[in-house]
Write a protein that binds this ligand. Structure first.
Ligand code: 5GP
Length: 257
């Protein structure tokens, strides 16, 4: 791998799409790709280790790092701060190792505008109906608890247009293979086939009618009304803005990595 720089692969998905399962499987299947370890201000969950799953820091420490320009991207999600530090990506990439950055959509947007080398992959549920049923299948959540992550997912879907690739997570195995195919193709700089199969525009077109993905301009025609203006926050061309998203999704936020 000498002389080769690694590639940062950025993976985002609406809440409930199964992003964590797929990302874990990818890292297990391909030893040349590793997780970037983010900083987070949320409390550690059972089984999580500091420095392995996240660098868990206080809000004060996080704010100091932000002020010092220590993050390549950072965002607030569900009332907590998350960020990718420069050192977490610089050393592995310089050493030729590829990275998987599992981030929410605001962070992905910042990486899009700041890193020419980033390759962005959006995981999509096969349909809105399936997303609802997966969220219901998570447990005994009330209708209200289901409605909130669905509302957030609606907003997150609008971000897909800023991604290079889109992969439908119908089965975790197939989505894992798709992501691996994209990684291998980008590594060998032979992307024609994966662009044909997983190019974002094509995949989004194929989901018309089953998934309410707002159009690029988001100005109408999608039938989707954003509540609280979150879609416009997401699409505002201000890479430095760290808007809060996911506050409604906290009840069902994804499990730890
Ligand atoms: P959780 O707290 O459930 O582990 O993660 C909540 C959300 O934060 C997930 O969508 C996860 O992908 C995202 N996330 C994790 N690390 C980062 C990060 O460094 N930056 C950003 N922007 N989002 C992150």
């Amino acid at each position: 791998m000498s002389g080769r720089r690694g590639i940062p692969f950025v993976v985002s998905a609406p809440s409930g799409t199964g992003k964590t399962t797929v990302c874990r499987a990818v890292v297990e299947c391909d030893e040349q790709v590793e997780f970037s370890i983010s900083h987070a201000t949320r409390p550690r969950r059972p089984g999580e280790q500091d420095g392995v799953h996240f660098h868990f820091v206080s809000a004060e420490v996080f704010a100091e790092r932000v002020a010092a320009g220590g993050f390549v991207e950072h965002a607030e999600y569900a009332g907590n701060q998350y960020g990718t530090s420069w050192e977490s990506i610089d050393e592995p990439l310089a050493a030729g190792r590829d990275l998987l950055l599992e981030v929410e959509v605001q962070g992905a947007r910042q990486l899009r505008s700041r890193r020419d080398d980033a390759r962005l992959v959006f995981l999509l549920p096969p349909s809105w109906r399936e997303l609802e049923s997966r969220l219901r299948g998570r447990g005994t959540d009330s209708e209200e608890a289901i409605a909130k992550p669905l509302e957030t997912a609606h907003v997150e879907l609008a971000a897909v247009h800023q991604f290079d690739y889109a992969v439908v997570n119908d089965s975790a195995d197939e989505a894992t293979q798709a992501l691996l195919a994209i990684i291998h193709a980008e590594r060998s700089d032979a992307t024609a086939d994966v662009r044909e199969r997983f190019g974002r525009a094509r995949v989004v077109e194929g989901l018309k009618g089953v998934l309410p993905i707002p159009g690029r301009s988001c100005g109408g025609g999608s039938g989707y009304q954003s509540s609280g203006g979150l879609i416009s926050q997401l699409q505002a061309p201000t890479p430095d803005a760290s808007v809060s998203l996911g506050s409604q999704a906290s009840a069902s936020s994804e499990k730890s990595r």
